[in-house]
Design a protein around this ligand. Sequence first.
Ligand SMILES: *Cc1c(COP(=O)(O)O)cnc(C)c1O
Length: 391
Amino acid sequence: MSKGRFGEYGGQYAAETLMFALTELENAYREAQADPTFDLEFKTLLREYAGRPSLLYRAERMSADLGTQVFLKREDLNHTGAHKINNVLGQVLLARRMGKKRVIAETGAGQHGVATATAAALFGLSCDVFMGEEDTRRQALNVYRMELLGAKVHPVTTGTATLKDATSEALREWSRRVSDTYYVVGSVVGPHPYPEIVRDFQRVIGDEIRAEMLDKYNRLPTALFACVGGGSNAIGTFYPFIEDASVRMIGAEAGGEGVETGRHAASLTGGTIGVFHGMKSIFLQDDEGQIAPVYSISAGLDYPGIGPEHAHLHKTGRGEYYAVTDEEAIDAFEYLSRMEGIIPAIESAHAVALLRKMHAEFKPEDMVVVTLSGRGDKDVEAIGRYRGQIV
Ligand SMILES: *Cc1c(COP(=O)(O)O)cnc(C)c1O
């Protein structure tokens, strides 16, 4: 139980059949880490297929407006429109290396499912995606997108028929077919070694920020902002800076209609310690330890827990985490569109909103980086309806 710990969080809480699969995965990952051709293949795919490095854009109008120097890390420019492709390409390479012929994934809104289906098509692997039935109705276009890419989508009807139930079903399916199946986890969550593997594949975000800041400005940023669902784009941004105490690391959680209303997904702000989906971490749960229903306008942040490394960074105070409401995120979605000509994912708009709330803490000579985890095309219709501009 001491494996894969971040302080008291993390670990490996799984039934016996899964313990076998997790050990096989960890052994294969350690071998891959020690093999320079694996890293070379991964970096080549990131460059030639995903379109990395992503731009670190100096946002002049926003800087003038907020009184500090603002940089946007443009993960929205990656192939498939978000940071998720980084992790998925790494894991599918690992699946191929392990000789697995089939990959499975859970998905909420469909972003991770689409990224996994994309990578499976690229490698000629069969792909099954588990998605809550409720979500398949809300995100019918993404269901078709995954099918177009050759994946099969399985609607999950248990529980609230949303992301947490899809995740439970994917874990069950994996334990049924460990021999030929690789489970591509979508964020820095789940049992060890997933939080470590996904973080390692996403740290390219922070590594690029660090290298470019040192190269162009000969200094490190004052602060990093990122939105936090399970926490993969945030840990990818933060991780290379953890030892640099001068760099503030600030995460934006989904505050939904307000943490005080109970309708939110801000795990660190409103949650308690527990064990779920194979890890010890902080979860939104009731007094009996039942996972509570979560809500956010942003489907990508709508998960009742958070990765164990963030729980630890929060506990030690190294990371700062604050809730941002739907309304604040929508304002920031419109703000960035008008201010910089960039329509961000509603998830990423939470990070922009948090900088807008905190900007008075930064001086004109400070440099702050906001990771834009994804592009906003997928959200335009929903926000238009919310604003009554589309009927
Ligand atoms: C999935 C998603 C997120 C949330 O996931 P993390 O693991 O917390 O990064 C954020 N932004 C976008 C665009 C997403 O697709």
